[in-house]
Design a protein. Structure first.
Length: 297
């Protein structure tokens, strides 16, 4: 019996050394995880100290996106041989402050990319139509301008028709082609879009004149307020970006990434430890007289 117990202790001793090593590994991993988790606390503390709340971060994020959009606008206008500030200035004047700068930039980018127009004067004329029809349709100038740009860019009479711009579908292209001694099939997309631009502006002259008489309505005042509010948000967001509002995000994000990795490693080590304990008890249970040793553990 003593001999069997000695053998059991010997075999169990070998296994317990593996268990001890696993336990030491778990302790090491726990320390790493705690250190990583504390990094999150540091990130949160830094965010609190610098006064960057969720709203400020959203403003900074919006401003960062606007910077990318504006950079694309600058490139597109330069490619078209236009000055970006002059281009945007024409649109601002025509919008009468009812469309935020970022929305004007987005619509202009879409117009240039869809091949609608690369001319500030032409887009300004379309914007004037959009504002007039927005008043008549009870929608915002932003929505109407986007719809006109999309309708012409996609050569979609249906989208334009929703704004009361009756183009006449494919028949309109046939009639236009005949008027210049061509066939509709021979018209390029650029020519079709130019036809839609000209028709939209020409057919909207009266409604534009009527809308000019309603300048200063309460509905327009609300649109100006909203546009100015959006512009102010972008300015504040740009200030936050310049002040390093996203610096704490980098620290915080790195801490989260590190913690996720440490948690993963910790889980693996727990699984390995569990397997070693299972083998330890399995070996011990097969050895006569090892019950006292197993009970001890």
């Amino acid at each position: 019996m003593p001999q069997n117990l000695g053998m059991a202790q010997g075999r169990i001793s070998i296994n317990t050394s593996g268990v001890k090593q696993a336990a030491d590994d778990v302790k090491s991993q726990s320390e790493k995880m705690n250190k990583s988790l504390s990094g999150i606390g540091v990130g949160i503390g830094l965010a609190a100290v610098t006064g960057i709340g969720s709203m400020a971060l959203e403003l900074a994020k919006a401003a960062a996106n606007a910077e990318v959009t504006r950079a694309a606008f600058n490139n597109l206008t330069a490619d078209a041989g236009q000055n970006a500030e002059d281009f945007l200035g024409k649109l601002r004047n025509v919008s009468r402050g009812m469309i935020a700068d970022n929305d004007l930039v987005l619509a202009s980018n879409r117009a240039m990319l869809l091949g609608v127009s690369q001319s500030g004067e032409e887009l300004a004329a379309l914007l004037e139509v959009a504002s007039a029809r927005a008043t008549a349709m009870g929608i915002t100038s932003t929505q109407a301008f986007n719809d006109i740009v999309t309708g012409i860019g996609r050569m979609s009479p249906l989208i334009l028709d929703n704004l009361g711009i009756v183009v006449g579908g494919e028949k309109a292209f046939d009639n236009y082609a005949k008027s210049i001694g061509r066939t509709a099939d021979s018209l390029t997309d650029t020519e079709k879009k130019q036809f839609l631009i000209n028709k939209t502006i020409k057919d909207s002259q009266q409604i534009v004149a009527d809308a000019a008489k309603s300048f200063g309505s309460a509905a327009e005042d609300f649109q100006r307020f909203n546009a100015e509010l959006e512009n102010s948000k972008m300015q504040l967001g740009a200030f936050l970006l310049a002040a390093g509002a996203t610096d704490s995000l980098a620290t915080f994000s790195k801490s989260i990434a590190d913690s996720k990795e440490q948690l993963k490693e910790f889980g693996i080590f727990l699984d390995v430890t569990g397997q070693k304990y299972k083998r330890f008890y399995a070996d011990a249970s097969t050895i006569p007289g090892a019950g006292a040793v197993v009970a001890y553990f």
